[in-house]
Each structure stands twice: as C-alpha cells, then as structure tokens.
Ligand binder design. Structure first.
Ligand SMILES: NC(=O)c1ccc[n+]([C@@H]2O[C@H](COP(=O)([O-])OP(=O)(O)OC[C@H]3O[C@@H](n4cnc5c(N)ncnc54)[C@H](O)[C@@H]3O)[C@@H](O)[C@H]2O)c1
Ligand SMILES: O=C(O)C(=O)C[C@@H](O)[C@H](O)[C@H](O)COP(=O)(O)O
Length: 518
C-alpha cells in the first residue's frame, strides 16, 4: 500500500469515505485533524477559540508533514490544509483524491456538526466562499477528482478503488522517459502533463468529440484549449489534413511550449504525433487513445505518420509522446469489430513475446471482446509492456524493433490494395497468418493452425482473396524493412522467438499466399 491522501471541502465526506476506503483496501486510516486535536489535548474548535486560526494552521502544517512522512495507508486532511503552499508541495509526489460536493448537500451534511469552527456563523455563505477559494488548490494537488453529490459511501469508495488501480508502464525510449497510465479514469490525469503549455490543441474525430470536449474542460484557467476535428480513420492520416492542422496552429499562435493532444484511435494519434513532430520542429504531444489498437500499439513507441499515394505510413517521424493516458473507460463506446481489430495487435504481442496473452485469449475469447471485462485491462497492460520493452532498446528500428512488424509486411500491402478501407487490425490478422505460413514453409515453427484458431475465435479474418499475388508483391517490395532490393520478413523460429530474415525465396512467398487464399 502506498499513501493515499483525501482532500476536499467541509461536508465532502473526507473522514467517512477515507475510513471506508482504508477498510476496503485493508489499510490503516489516519485523520490529520484528529492528530492535531490529540497533540494539542483539546478539540479543534477550542484551538481556534484559544489561539486563533493562524496558530491552528501552523499546527496543521506540521501534523500533515509528519503524517505524510510516517503514514502508509489512507490519510484524510482538514478542508483548509491545502491553503499552505508547503503542504501543496508535499502533496505533489503523493496520490491525492479530491472529493467534490455540491453546495446544498455540503450545507446539509455539515449543519448538525458543531466541530467545525469556520461554519458557526452563516454556514451557507461561508461554505460557498471556502469552496470557491479552495477549489483551485484542491485541483492543483489532486490526481483523482470525484463528485460525491447524491451518492452513498459505498459507491464513492468503489469508484476511488477502481481509479486508484492505475498501472504505469514507463517507456525509456526517449531522452525523457515517459509513462503510460493504464486504468479507469486516467483521462482526468491530463493536467499533470501540461508542462508550461498556455495553449492545447485537442485533435479528435466525430466519434470522440464528447471525450475531446471533456479533455478540453480539464485544462486549468489560463490555458486555452482548441478542439480540432479530423476526418475519420485513415481519411484523417494525410498530408493535406496535417497541413490544415498546422495552419490552425499558426492561426492560434501555437508556440514551442504548447501541447498537442490526440484523442482517438490509432489514426488520430498517428496524425497528432506527426503534426506535433513537425510543428516548430517538435512540440509535445500527449495521447489519449480511445481504441484498443491505439492504446496497445499506435500511441506507444513514438512512431507517427501519414499515408501517401506511395503507401502506408511511408511519411512520418519518430516523436515519442510526453505521456499516454490509456483510460479503459474510453473503450465503452468502441464497436466490437474495432475492439477485435485491436486484439489482433494484442495477439501479435502474444506470438512475438508474451504467450500468456494467447493463453488468456484462447481461454475466453468472449471475455477479451468485452471492454468491461477485467481481462481486457490485463491484455492491454501485457501488450504495452511488450512494446515498451522493445522500443526502449531500439526506438528508431535499427534492429530489434522490426519484430513489432510481425504480420505487417503483408498487412500493409492489403491495406493499400483495399484503399485503406480495411481495418488495420483485420489486415494484421491476415498478415500474421501469412507470416505463420512463411515460418512453416522456411522450416521454422508451424503455428499456422494456432494462429488461425485464435484469430478466428475473435471474429478476425484469416484468409485473403485469390488472384492478387502480383499486386501484393509489388507493394511488399517497398516495405520499410527492406534493405535495397533485399526483402526482409519477421518470422518465428519458435513461439515468442521472432527473427528477421532476408532469404525468403520468391517461391516461398508465393506459396504462403496460395495457402492463405486456399
Ligand atoms: N504508430 C504506431 O506505432 C502504430 C501502431 C499500430 C497502428 N498504427 C496505426 O493506427 C491506425 C489504426 O488504429 P485504429 O484501429 O484505432 O483505427 P482508427 O483510428 O481508424 O479507429 C477505428 C475506428 O474506431 C473509431 N473509434 C475510435 N475510438 C472510438 C471510441 N472510443 N468509440 C467509438 N468509436 C471509436 C474511429 O472513429 C474509427 O472509425 C492505423 O492507421 C495504423 O497504421 C500505428
Ligand atoms: O511500432 C512499431 O514499430 C510497429 O511496427 C508496430 C506496428 O504494429 C504498427 O502497425 C506500426 O504502425 C507499423 O509501423 P510501420 O513502420 O510498419 O508503418
């Protein structure tokens, strides 16, 4: 257990909810106000009467300092503790939950409590003033904000538990390592990653506009958020769209310290990353992936780019994000076909590095296709861990990173031939079956049936149209992994043992295609 600090105005339920949270986490509870009263040997109203508020605040600063240093569990602070700058600084490195409450309910909850010295006279007006004054300070220190109005203790406690369960994968692939936060409600963590931005451009599509509006509302006063809607899916991944966004950034006076935020699937985060990589030769980008595929793959690792007439992702830049906020709640509206497409990249991570992923999907494919099922969180975390480990050692694809392209040589050809109307994950599924055939045909491992079975269990395609070999080969000949005229393929020597090979013959390539179409 690590320390969780609860802050909020009078009547927000800090002590009651703090106690319930501690109990549900099996952790000790501590109340800074109780510490102060114990140390002074008198109740808090008496400290106010005998010595005044300034004296109380000095005792409070010391009590909070001591509790933060000593306590391992849940700690509730008095409503005014955040007034002290020293306390706010102390809380910067601690998980802080801010409990909000509406004014009317706060008045009702506090009216019978005589232990609140500041609320003895005209409690409604006083509460309103305290709430207005302190709200920015609560927000400054909080990692999680929860509205308690009209809710019971059990309900609020459960939400805090879920939102505390954020898993963090650190990606060491840039000059500045960055974090991928995975959990429920991680979108709300955006304010931690604004840096010195005074302008934030929130790029999204029609499917993610509501979330983009929420993201825009998260920025504090003094920071201006502008929403920019992109065409959906691959239609948004073009130089023309990137240029429109650059024009808009120019019109907004977007400077080097400002921030681009990509709120959407992989197409949005690829475009947002590319726009950010080029604007003023590089401004920060934070990704809020809303598709499973975006979360486990596109948003992590720093590859950004657009499609051109020459092919898929052939123009782009390596531009690692400042942070990635994977909010599992954001998948709730994702159509199941898109969830399945994301699972194709998860399954890829299983074949190249983490076979537990395959075991989990094979054990219960329906659970994997249910965004609300906890197994999705585990699959997401495992797939991201695979990607993070690979890109940490080879950001610019000098060697090892090519393994993340397993199945993609054929997949990118399919996407181009299908004019980008296929889902990327569907193409990757077919591409993995092709790669499995090639692995078997070149005397390596034969995982063809397992590959087909696990993909089919998720409703993903495992075959492709016959009679298109010449077109496919033409596209595969300009794959990014090729070295001059030498084609390179990612194959498997064994499960979780990927290898990059450059001696696959033309006959083997064609035969794998014939088997795929059979
Ligand atoms: N940069 C990388 O390393 C990397 C890795 C993998 C994939 N990619 C790229 O990512 C793209 C594929 O990503 P994708 O599968 O997310 O496709 P996508 O971005 O096109 O999203 C798929 C569909 O889901 C919709 N959508 C997204 N989130 C939604 C939500 N929460 N609710 C409802 N609808 C939602 C989108 O509007 C779209 O119609 C491809 O362009 C691929 O090349 C990049
Ligand atoms: O991050 C990588 O590296 C990958 O290869 C991940 C792929 O799953 C992803 O589809 C990526 O967009 C492909 O990159 P590309 O360089 O082949 O366009």
């Amino acid at each position: 257990m690590t320390l969780v600090v609860i802050v909020g105005p009078p009547g927000s339920g800090k002590t009651t909810i703090g106690r319930a949270l501690a109990e549900s986490l099996g952790a000790p509870f501590r109340d800074a106000d109780a510490d102060i009263a114990d140390a002074a040997g008198k109740p808090i109203p008496d400290i106010f009467i005998d010595h005044g508020e300034d004296h109380f605040r000095a005792l409070e600063r010391e009590a909070v300092r001591r509790a933060v240093a000593e306590h391992d569990g849940v700690l509730a602070l008095g409503g005014g503790a955040v007034l002290a700058e020293a306390t706010r600084k102390l809380l910067a490195d601690v998980t802080v939950v801010h409990l909000r409450v509406g004014l009317a309910e706060a008045v009702k909850r506090t009216e019978l409590d005589r232990g609140r010295p500041l609320l003895q006279v005209n409690p409604r007006a006083t509460l309103r003033r305290l709430m207005d004054e302190r709200m920015p300070l609560y927000r400054e220190v909080a990692d999680i904000e929860i509205d308690t109005t009209g809710r019971d203790v059990a309900d609020v406690t459960e939400e805090i538990r879920v939102r505390l369960a954020v898993r963090i994968v650190t990606v060491n692939d840039a000059d500045t390592p960055y974090q991928v936060l995975i959990g429920h409600g991680t979108t709300d963590r955006l304010p931690e990653f604004l840096g010195q931005a005074s302008r934030v451009a929130v790029l999204h599509t029609a499917s993610t506009v509501q979330l983009a509006e929420r993201v825009g509302a998260l920025v504090p006063d003094g920071v201006e958020a502008t929403l920019m809607e992109l065409p959906d899916a691959e239609d948004g991944k073009t130089v023309a769209v990137a240029e429109q966004v650059w024009e808009a950034l120019g019109a907004e006076g977007f400077t080097r310290t400002d921030l681009v935020v990509g709120v959407g699937g992989g197409a949005v985060t690829d475009l947002a990353g590319f726009v950010a990589a080029c604007w003023l030769r590089g401004v920060a980008v934070v990704h809020v992936p809303t598709s499973l595929l975006g979360a486990v793959d596109a948003a992590v690792g720093g590859k950004t780019g657009v499609n051109t007439a020459a092919g898929k992702n052939l123009v782009g830049a390596f531009h690692p994000p400042r942070a990635v906020l994977v909010d599992l709640d954001n998948f709730a509206t994702l159509p199941v076909r898109d969830l399945a497409a994301g699972l194709a990249e998860v399954v890829k991570a299983g074949f190249i590095a983490d076979p537990v992923i395959l075991d989990l999907v094979e054990a219960d494919p329906e659970a994997a296709l249910d965004a609300a099922n906890p197994v999705v969180g585990e699959l997401v975390e495992r797939a991201i861990a695979v990607k993070a480990a690979v890109v940490a050692s080879d950001l610019k694809e000098g060697g090892l990173r090519a393994i993340l392209n397993y199945g993609h040589t054929f997949a990118h050809a399919v996407e181009k031939l299908e004019h980008y109307r296929w889902r990327h994950g569907d193409a990757v599924a077919v591409g993995m079956v092709y790669a499995a055939h090639l692995s078997a045909l070149t005397g390596r491992v034969d995982l063809v049936e397992r590959t087909k079975a696990v993909l089919a269990s998720l409703g993903l395609p495992t075959t492709y149209e016959a009679g298109r070999w010449d077109d496919i080969l033409k596209v595969m000949l300009i794959d990014k992994k090729n070295v001059g005229a030498t084609q390179r393929f990612v194959l498997l020597d064994a499960l979780a043992e990927p290898v990059v090979v450059d001696d696959v013959t033309a006959e083997q390539q064609r035969e794998a295609y014939e088997r795929l179409t059979a």
